[in-house]
Design a protein around this ligand. Structure first.
Ligand SMILES: *[C@@H]1O[C@H](CO)[C@@H](O)[C@H](O)[C@H]1NC(C)=O
Ligand SMILES: *[C@@H]1O[C@H](CO)[C@@H](O)[C@H](O)[C@H]1NC(C)=O
Ligand SMILES: *[C@@H]1O[C@H](CO)[C@@H](O)[C@H](O)[C@H]1NC(C)=O
Ligand SMILES: *[C@@H]1O[C@H](CO)[C@@H](O)[C@H](O)[C@H]1NC(C)=O
Ligand SMILES: *[C@@H]1O[C@H](CO)[C@@H](O)[C@H](O)[C@H]1NC(C)=O
Ligand SMILES: *[C@@H]1O[C@H](CO)[C@@H](O)[C@H](O)[C@H]1NC(C)=O
Ligand SMILES: *[C@@H]1O[C@H](CO)[C@@H](O)[C@H](O)[C@H]1NC(C)=O
Ligand SMILES: *[C@@H]1O[C@H](CO)[C@@H](O)[C@H](O)[C@H]1NC(C)=O
Ligand SMILES: *[C@@H]1O[C@H](CO)[C@@H](O)[C@H](O)[C@H]1NC(C)=O
Ligand SMILES: *[C@@H]1O[C@H](CO)[C@@H](O)[C@H](O)[C@H]1NC(C)=O
Ligand SMILES: *[C@@H]1O[C@H](CO)[C@@H](O)[C@H](O)[C@H]1NC(C)=O
Length: 679
């Protein structure tokens, strides 16, 4: 008969980390029904239930630092009028089908007390994209993709409940829909990217992007807010202006100057005169056009302005469709020397990435406190080297948000684990519309499940280095240094065109990625290859180098003048060559799209005595089972990816097969059988 069986020849142990099992009872549940007229059809989506202190609007504070609010999220499938959903329990394992809560995983952990409770539904639409990958997502429409309660969200009332600590069921009804944007329906692109009325200086444009619409197989629009300078005359096409592309979050109707700390800047811009101060004379406002983009996506309030396998060809839509359109409509100087990128934080990364990938299009970047420029430090996570994104090797938590108190002492506001766990209440599979998830979507490849191939397990923090490896084309430090002196020649092309500012007390540790980037580019290009400014004690935010807004805009104007063909140091056509272009859509999708995801897979294979367990996406946990003469042989056993196994059973002269079952959060559990060998 069947004796003892098999060993995993390499003895790779599989350890599954499990969150603590919540305490038993009381059993608190929330039952939500759907009133007539709220859902038009059967809907998949994500429900979020918020518990706020009684009398407070649950939407008042939905931040990770909010307290003592509770957040619970659950995916729903096939919701329809007349159906109910029960939100109960939460074991930390079945995040795709069960409850996931923050700060406590299980809804049973809500402390007794008085709460105002409200539920929200993010309805998902199922789409198949240009490469055949299918995803269910919420498409925002003119509201900049908030994680919760965007336009047209089915909501329940905000109802007071006393949580008793005994078993209890709360009843809520989806009986209302958050007001949609006020639009007639005849606007170009409907509600997409919003609709705003031009003012004298602020103009709003929107176009249908062919390349994005082809990819998403639905109409996709991109917009821009164009701020024209004092004295601008549309008919005077002989007077032309350089353009500052101001990257950042969803601007809505805001103009590009809204980031400024100078509260009266719009007045001066519209007046044409910068008022005198004690130390500076009155003078004309800069003669620049400033453009911000409206590019809300089904993953975040903006697209990160590059081509990515999960979001689509947004870089091309902005750079090859929208910017030429702006150049047609406005009296711009459509030359690289007359185009500067600028922005902070998300916009900081977007601005420098835009220059690095498109040195043929833009002249320079003035980048402030950018998202990580080098994934040796993704915020404060040593992403390439650590085993876990939440914990250091000594077991201490990796911090995500810090601030300095009045005495300059660092105070921790949130850890990476807290933020990721909080995000998971907003959506699974990187669909929270929040920061860590959008990084997963932008930097990551598509997983075999069609969703972003996450760099770590969102619950446990275990880093999947195979997934991180696929981020490399978006590690800007890696991109620049590995294309330094090949046909892209970035060492020469980008020299002197990058300006980066960051505060050394950046609240999100973004100074560390800048320092890593500086060290790596200077190792190749020497000090001065790019211009870095660090300000001691400065936190996240503010104008580049913490300059006065006018002084900053004049600095940009000076750069334009200096680099014009008749300037002191004209920008050479040799550095604005199309040979240096990166982030090409065809490369991005070949590296990270559906075909690449399929190519990463392989079934188990018997080859003599060595049996491979096949190839699976990073993070898939495997369990194997031998079959001898078509029958199960021995018990299933855990195996690790990359480890071969060996059959050491006593059976002789029979057919041998290995079946491997792969499980991963967010993935359909799948069993793959090897070819049939013999033993
Ligand atoms: C808790 O209550 C919900 C709703 O009544 C029910 O579906 C669930 O089975 C209960 N769980 C336990 C552990 O009793
Ligand atoms: C249902 O359809 C109406 C009319 O088309 C639309 O205004 C409303 O937003 C839809 N509701 C949902 C939840 O999609
Ligand atoms: C909910 O509770 C708060 C605080 O006790 C109270 O001010 C408010 O009126 C209550 N709302 C309703 C609808 O009862
Ligand atoms: C819920 O989470 C908070 C914050 O982490 C913790 O202090 C509390 O002990 C947890 N409650 C339970 C019942 O586990
Ligand atoms: C529904 O929501 C609208 C705002 O979107 C609000 O004005 C209205 O009072 C709500 N209706 C109910 C029945 O709560
Ligand atoms: C520009 O020219 C058009 C057509 O000649 C004219 O209608 C318009 O008033 C002019 N605009 C300005 C600002 O002079
Ligand atoms: C803005 O500046 C102008 C001119 O200096 C002044 O008249 C106006 O009151 C200021 N507005 C605000 C809001 O400070
Ligand atoms: C600009 O503001 C100054 C001071 O308020 C005022 O005297 C001047 O007329 C304004 N100019 C324009 C063009 O509005
Ligand atoms: C763990 O390591 C970090 C980084 O090296 C250090 O800052 C921290 O103090 C250490 N914590 C403990 C508890 O040793
Ligand atoms: C800052 O230092 C002062 C003087 O030592 C002390 O009284 C105060 O409590 C400190 N503030 C904080 C937030 O620790
Ligand atoms: C770096 O750039 C800033 C802003 O343009 C400038 O003030 C500074 O002199 C530059 N530093 C060096 C070393 O060139």
């Amino acid at each position: 008969m069947l004796s003892r069986t098999l060993v995993n020849a390499l003895l790779c142990a599989t350890v599954l980390a499990r969150p603590a099992v919540p305490r038993q009872a009381p059993n608190l549940s929330v039952q939500i029904s759907v009133a007539e007229g709220i859902l038009n059809s059967t809907t998949d989506g994500h429900i979020q239930v918020l518990f706020a202190p009684a009398g407070t609007d649950p939407l008042d504070d939905t931040d990770v630092t909010s307290s003592p609010d509770y957040f619970f999220g659950q995916n729903v499938f096939g919701l329809a009028t007349g159906k109910t959903v029960i939100i109960a329990g939460g074991d930390g394992e079945s995040t795709d089908f069960g409850v996931w809560g923050w700060p406590n995983v299980s809804i049973d952990e809500v402390e007794p007390g008085d709460y105002t409770v409200q539920a929200f539904l993010n309805p998902y639409e199922k789409v198949t994209r240009g490469d055949g990958s299918t995803v269910s997502l919420r498409f925002p429409c003119g509201d900049g993709a908030p994680g919760i309660a965007g336009y047209g969200t089915p909501i329940t009332g905000a109802v007071n409940f006393t949580i008793t600590g005994e078993s209890q069921q709360l009843d809520l009804v989806f009986n209302n829909i958050t007001a949609p944007e006020d639009f007639t329906g005849s606007e170009i692109g409907g509600c997409q990217q919003g609709n705003y009325e031009d003012t004298d200086f602020q103009k709003y444009i929107k176009i249908r992007s062919t390349i994005l619409s082809d990819w998403w197989k639905r109409d996709v629009y991109v917009g821009a807010n164009v701020l024209i300078p004092y004295g601008y005359d549309a008919n005077d096409t002989a007077t032309r202006y350089p353009v500052v592309y101001d990257q950042g979050h969803w601007p809505g109707s805001d103009g590009a100057l809204s980031y400024s700390s100078n509260t009266n800047i719009s007045y001066a811009w519209n007046n044409g005169t910068i008022p005198a101060t004690d130390s500076t004379p009155a003078r004309d406002t800069p003669k620049l056009i400033i453009v911000t983009f409206r590019h809300e996506t089904p993953w975040y309030d903006d697209s990160y302005a590059v081509n990515t396998a999960n979001l689509g060809p947004w870089g091309d839509a902005i750079n090859n469709e929208l910017i030429p359109h702006i150049d047609n409509l406005f009296n711009t100087i459509a030359e690289p020397y007359a185009r500067i990128q600028q922005g902070g934080s998300t916009g900081g990364w977007e601005s420098i990435a835009s220059l690095i990938y498109r040195p043929d299009l833009f002249g320079a970047t003035f980048t402030s406190y950018p998202d990580s420029l080098d994934f040796h430090r993704h915020q404060d996570i040593p992403l390439y080297d650590n085993a876990n994104a939440y914990l250091r090797e000594n077991g201490s938590s990796i911090v995500s948000i810090r601030e300095l108190d009045e005495n300059g002492t660092e105070v921790v506001l949130a850890t990476v684990a807290q933020e990721n766990h909080w995000e998971l209440t907003y959506g699974t599979r990187s669909r929270s519309f929040q920061q860590w998830d959008i990084w997963n979507a932008v930097f990551g490849a598509q997983g075999y499940n069609g969703y972003p191939l996450e760099p770590w397990d969102k619950v446990t923090g275990e880093i999947y280095h195979g997934a991180v490896e696929l981020w490399k084309p978006f590690d800007l430090s890696n991109w620049v240094t590995s294309n330094w002196d090949n046909e892209l020649n970035l060492g020469e092309v980008l020299e002197g065109r990058i300006f980066v500012y960051v505060g050394l007390a950046d609240n999100y540790f973004l100074n560390e990625g800048v320092q890593q980037f500086q060290a790596r580019v200077e190792e190749k290009g020497g000090v001065g290859w790019a211009n870095f400014t660090y300000i001691e004690g400065a936190e996240h935010g503010g104008v580049y180098n913490l300059l006065d807004t006018w002084v900053y805009l004049e600095l940009l104007q000076q750069w334009f003048e200096d680099h014009a063909p008749d300037g002191k140091t004209p920008l050479s056509p040799s550095v604005t060559t199309s040979a240096a272009v990166g982030n090409k859509w065809k490369d991005v999708i070949a590296h990270g799209g559906r075909e690449a995801a399929i190519a990463r897979q392989a079934p188990p294979k018997i080859d003599g005595r060595k049996v491979s367990v096949g190839r699976w996406d990073p993070g898939v946990k495997l369990e194997a089972q031998w079959y001898v003469k078509g029958k199960k042989y021995g018990k299933p056993f855990a195996v690790e990816q990359g480890c071969d196994v060996e059959f050491v059973g006593k059976e002789k002269k029979g057919s041998l097969q290995l079946a491997v079952t792969g499980r991963k959060r967010g993935y359909v559990t799948e069993t793959r059988k090897s070819n049939v060998g013999s033993c």
